[in-house]
Design a protein around this ligand. Structure first.
Ligand SMILES: [Zn+2]
Ligand SMILES: [Zn+2]
Length: 174
């Protein structure tokens, strides 16, 4: 079972529900959007205007139910101290992951909104971070959701699913 938790406002319930449905199909596991939202204030850095991804992850880890995974989704930009930003962060072979939708919207790049593209990017980023919780490392196949993407162009190039090898390693092994 995977639980999805909205962190702050900005990513609507429809987008979370749609993402959850796609994840359930890809991962063949129950995915439920939790009621309520987490206030990310405790992890917010007012100078950087970003949230510390690791602090959010630590919190998620403290409220994650036994036997399930917890994916936090926020519209606030995320950082870890060594990078200017991250799309997300996950506990490798752990149970929690967090992702930011901040740079997944076309508006961020000064372009008109595109909800379908936004939804697609959310799924890719969610699969990527959840993949790390299944113990997956970065994949050399650029189409695979587990390939590393540090730019939106690279994110758009990959597909909203794992390659066969990653899929077997993650889902097949559960
Ligand atoms: Zn990664
Ligand atoms: Zn792969």
């Amino acid at each position: 079972m995977i639980h999805v938790l909205g962190i702050g406002e900005g990513v609507g319930i429809e987008a979370l529900d749609q993402m959850a449905a796609r994840l359930a199909r890809e991962l063949r596991v129950g995915v439920r959007v939790r009621d309520g939202r987490l206030d990310p204030g405790f992890a917010f850095d007012p100078v950087r205007k970003q949230c510390h991804a690791t602090a959010l992850l630590r919190y998620l880890s403290s409220v994650c139910e036994v036997g399930s995974r917890l994916l936090g989704v926020t519209a606030v930009d995320l950082y870890v101290p060594i990078f200017t930003f991250v799309y997300g962060e996950a506990q490798v072979a752990g149970r929690c992951a967090v992702l930011s939708a901040h740079r997944l919207r076309q508006e961020f790049y000064g372009l008109p909104p595109d909800e379908d593209l936004f939804g697609e990017r959310l799924v890719k980023e969610a699969l990527h971070e959840l993949g790390h919780t299944y113990g997956l490392r970065h994949c050399q196949d650029w189409r695979c959701a587990m390939s590393s993407s540090t730019t939106i162009e690279r994110l758009d190039l990959k597909e909203g699913r794992y390659c066969v090898r990653c899929w077997k390693a993650a889902v097949g092994a559960e």
